[in-house]
Write a protein that binds this ligand. Structure first.
Ligand SMILES: [Zn+2]
Length: 147
């Protein structure tokens, strides 16, 4: 599901290939060509967001490559609750970064990484509270309440 979604993102490196644009520079950092790999999370801007999210969750994943992060979540020896929370956080962060990139592209406004992280946190908390899964251990509930 993930890879299918990512393949559809019209990043500039792809548009360049199809001659839709002649400027492939990443709009968030202006340092590199924009690609899916760059946006998630080689780009210094998204890397900063990812680091802040990892700090928030005390999340020990060291990779900055989205496919590896997804694989890490799949393999991690964690409760089902924590795994779904990490997945939800990753999805929310990807969404926020893509949204921010589009805002910068079309409206020329760039939000701070702190604002992106805050939106990601709110989205995840809201989602978990709306769809509180069954059979969550007290330990996981306590952990979630500290977030
Ligand atoms: Zn960049």
């Amino acid at each position: 599901m993930w890879l299918a979604v990512l393949k559809r993102l019209k990043t500039k490196d792809r548009l360049l290939r199809f001659h839709v644009t002649d400027n492939a520079e990443c709009i968030l950092c202006s340092r590199s060509t924009e690609s899916v790999d760059h946006l998630f999370f080689d780009c210094p801007y998204s890397f900063d967001c990812l680091e802040k999210v990892k700090d928030w969750l005390n999340w020990g994943v060291s990779s900055t490559s989205l496919p590896r992060i997804i694989r890490w979540i799949g393999k991690a020896k964690l409760s089902k609750f924590k795994k779904s929370l990490y997945s939800a956080v990753t999805a929310a962060l990807v969404y926020q970064i893509w949204r921010t990139r589009n805002c910068k592209l079309w409206l020329s406004t760039l939000e701070s990484t702190d604002a992106i992280v805050l939106k990601t946190k709110d989205a995840v908390k809201h989602r978990v509270m709306c769809m509180w899964p069954r059979n969550v251990t007290k330990r996981d509930i306590d952990w979630f309440n500290t977030l």
